[in-house]
Design a protein around this ligand. Structure first.
Ligand code: SF4
Length: 467
């Protein structure tokens, strides 16, 4: 993919003396889902303690945080990549507020499409917001609810909003995990000894030796406390809408999401791409690392063309890296990637990428691979052209940014400078999962599975949400 399009990662744990440390490791495993900010909230002795900051998990927390500062037996954590709201520390999550029932903290992955409407109404009634984030709207709705218990108030509040969410709430006594009725974003439940854990992806369980139990079901509000688990239900949706992009790009290949191993589905994408768009004269298959590695393996396996590592990615570059040499052509891509000349020289190369958003990075990569000596560069993309913005938690928000929304395949090929360019078709993409009717493909088809805001504006609150 040619620009970072992470959404957000959430992690929660209840019933462990080292809850904050576990959250730290869980967030560490979920770093790929958001790198703008990170935070952990811990329940301890009737209070909710919080630490948040901008940057990577390893930059926000240090060893000293895990003494008394973040002591407690239940915690939630969040890695943020903003899909609505400005990128600043006020918008870092979890968000903690005090309401009539005491303190509560929230961490959200998704996008509430009607947040602006709710917020306008509340502001007219005198409400004050601390952030520009859509997630804060839900905390206000919880505070206004007349439900008898906090879980009932959460159920009531979530019943009033539309859009995508995997939410974690923390009170001094309970961890509440909720997933929207269409199940847009993943949320998994696991066990670590006597503690229960929840996370966006199962790779967060593996890092601490926790075991996956099941997904939080679409429309489920799962209450976890000292007494065990209690499952409440939101009204059922007409259809499910799991985000297919989780399999194409967002989730780690070692995770399981929507009940399927990501590696298996991503390899299948590569196999289908090879079937649909072979490149029989090519000498080698290479990938745009790391996100296209698994699809490239699938393409190589199905085509019988050898997989080689022709591009190397430097993993130690932060999001805010600024090259000291401003005039270096393609400097950003050259800082991030290098070629293996011995692999590329004189070879006809099939280069696999997972998706194309703007095409600008791919253009630089094609140039880089040619300068590394490749005789021909044939690009194969393991997803269809992205033609429509996402309104459900992924930062593909402006149609004007999408090269395929405004140019046909030949024009995109000419722009990126490849010898040939082919995308996986929507028909083949739908075949990658057993029940395509349960998935959202809207950014490829424009066929949205739920209402979208009429004029979506990333900074719609423009003065403090979520990924
Ligand atoms: S529009 Fe695309 S990115 Fe957004 S939820 Fe649907 S499939 Fe996922």
């Amino acid at each position: 993919m040619d620009r970072p399009h992470e959404d957000c990662g959430v992690f929660g744990i209840c019933g462990d003396d080292r809850a904050a440390q576990r959250a730290f490791f869980g967030l560490y495993a979920l770093q790929h889902r958001g790198q703008e900010s990170s935070g952990i909230a811990v329940a301890d002795a009737g209070r909710i303690k919080l630490k948040r900051g901008t940057g990577l998990v390893s930059q926000v927390f240090d060893r000293s945080d895990f003494g008394s500062l973040l002591a407690g037996r239940a915690a939630i954590g969040h890695n943020r990549y903003s899909t609505t709201g400005l990128s600043n520390v006020e918008n870092a999550q979890p968000i903690r507020v005090q309401f009539k029932r005491g303190p509560i903290a929230a961490a959200h992955n998704g996008n509430l499409v009607d947040a602006a409407k709710h917020r306008r109404t509340m502001e007219e009634q005198g409400s004050i917001f601390q952030t520009t984030s859509d997630s804060e709207v839900v905390l206000h709705l919880i505070a206004r609810s007349e439900g008898g218990t906090i879980p009932e108030m959460v159920l009531d509040a979530l019943g009033r909003v539309a859009g995508s969410y995997s939410f974690l709430f923390l009170t001094p006594d309970q961890l509440i995990a909720a997933r929207d009725p269409q199940g847009f974003r993943p949320l998994c439940l696991g066990r670590l000894d006597n503690a229960m854990v929840v996370a966006s992806e199962t790779c967060a369980f593996d890092i601490m030796g926790a075991h996956y139990i099941r997904d939080i079901e679409p429309g489920e509000v799962l209450v976890i406390d000292g007494r065990g688990l209690d499952s409440l239900r939101l009204p059922k949706a007409d259809r499910l809408s799991h985000c297919i992009f989780e399999f194409i790009y967002f989730s780690r290949p070692d995770s399981q999401v929507f009940g399927e191993p990501v590696d298996k589905i991503r390899r299948r994408l590569g196999c289908l791409l090879a079937e649909e768009h072979p490149c029989p004269d090519a000498d080698i298959v290479i990938s745009v690392p790391d996100s296209a590695n698994t699809a490239a393996l699938g393409y190589a396996e199905a085509s019988g063309i050898r997989f080689e590592i022709g591009l190397i990615r430097n993993h130690y570059i932060g999001r805010t890296f600024i090259a000291p040499e401003q005039n270096m052509r393609d400097r950003d891509v050259r800082v991030k990637y290098n070629t293996v000349a011995g692999v590329l020289r004189g070879r006809k190369v099939v280069m696999i990428d997972d998706s194309i958003v703007r095409g600008t990075t791919l253009r630089k990569l094609v140039r880089l691979v040619r300068s590394g000596g490749a005789a021909e560069v044939h690009v194969r993309v393991s997803s269809p052209p992205i033609c429509s913005p996402c309104h459900f938690g992924i930062d593909i928000s402006q149609k004007a940014e999408l090269i395929a929304a405004n140019h046909d395949t030949e024009e995109v090929r000419a722009f990126v400078g490849a010898d040939s360019l082919r995308y996986l078709s929507v028909e083949k993409l739908r075949r990658v999962v057993d029940r395509p009717e349960d998935f959202c493909f809207a950014c490829f088809t424009g066929d949205y599975p739920a209402p979208t805001p009429r004029a979506f504006d990333k900074n719609m609150f423009a003065n403090g949400t979520e990924g």
